[in-house]
Design a protein around this ligand. Sequence first.
Ligand code: SF4
Length: 174
Amino acid sequence: MKRRVVFVSKCMLNTNVMIPTITTPKKYPGNVTEPIVLILNNKVGIEQMECPEKIILGWPRSKTNKTELSKNQEFVKECERIADEVIKKIKDYLKNDVEVSFILGKRGSPSCGFLETHKEINGEVKLVKGSGVFIDILREGMKKEGIDIPIIDFEHEDVDSCLGEIKKKLTNDY
Ligand code: SF4
């Protein structure tokens, strides 16, 4: 069996770092159990990526959006630092024959969303297609290094399809 690892946003393993008033931490106290259990049952290691919002905006914090975060230079720099660290770890794993199966973000997050994020449009915050600030920076960094690893994101209203994506990515590894 191949040695495998995945990278997950910090709140996948610890929903306590999220804004307490949003749905996911209420629905999933502690962690987002199903995807994590699925990964563990497949004998895959888990690397937790740091939470840029908790580091820069603190906890508890107010809701934010991609437009606001993109203008916050301290936040952008922190995302770059975390992304560099993640890329370094990915390179080390690949060099040592450990497969990095995927990266799991949090859909809708202005930082870690992949398929959807929250942005200001005409002064209103809306859920739109596209990734968050951290995932944008991470993707750009991976592209520069020639690293091609799938990114998926967890959505509490779309758990079955998220689990399906994870199963597909883990099965493709063989
Ligand atoms: S910034 Fe990322 S890790 Fe932090 S709570 Fe939001 S989605 Fe989770």
